[in-house]
Design a protein around this ligand. Structure first.
Ligand code: QAP
Ligand code: CO
Length: 175
């Protein structure tokens, strides 16, 4: 399966992803291809809508303290729902669909999430720290929300200006 990253301002990123009903080999192929794409792109999280599949599928691979990114840390979530949330935290987020831009975003500190794994087995996970932030970021993708949608009006304006400038530079350097 060949995948490409959908980048802002592509309208497909605003789509609401649909619940997965079939836990078949096609879903497994999508998950495997998403993992390859995420690692190749130096990402720690990826939602299916970011590779053009508006399905409630996301993967996470948070690095360890010693900076490695072991596959043991891979979490695959199908049809996730946040069932508990508490506290507040701020983190400078980025996104593979909004390349080269990072900005502070407020999130819940701790969450509990129910989801299904690739074999449709129901799971519950409690998360804090970077994993909690990453899950919230990826679940937002399933609702068509990007981290830049959560910025204040003035920071969003600053983003639009800077992003357009960088996109223009990228275009010129390709010519
Ligand atoms: C979502 O983001 C996330 O701009 C995952 O040039 C963000 O993997 C989770 C990336 C913040 C937790 C905290 C971004 C790679 C990767 C870029 C990513 C880039 C190269 C972003
Ligand atoms: Co993202």
């Amino acid at each position: 399966m060949k995948l490409t990253i959908v980048e802002y301002p592509d309208k497909r990123l605003k789509e609401r992803s649909k619940a997965v009903e079939k836990f078949d080999s096609e879903l497994h192929r999508l998950l495997d291809a998403m993992y390859d794409m995420m690692i190749k792109s130096n990402g720690i999280g990826l939602a299916a809508v970011q590779v053009g599949h508006a399905k409630q599928v996301l993967i996470l691979n948070i690095p360890d303290d010693n900076d490695g990114q072991p596959i043991d840390n891979l979490i695959e979530m199908i049809n996730p729902t946040i069932i508990q949330a508490s506290g507040e935290t701020t983190y400078q987020e980025g996104c593979l669909s909004v390349p080269s831009f990072y900005e502070d975003v407020n999130r819940y500190e701790k969450i509990a999430v129910t989801y299904q794994d690739r074999n449709s087995i129901a799971k519950t996970i409690e998360a804090d720290g970077l994993l909690s932030i990453a899950i919230q970021h990826e679940i937002d993708h399933l609702k068509g929300i990007l981290f830049i949608d959560k910025l204040s009006y003035s920071r969003r304006k600053k983003f639009e200006k800077e992003y357009k400038r960088v996109q223009k530079e990228k275009k010129i350097s390709k010519e």
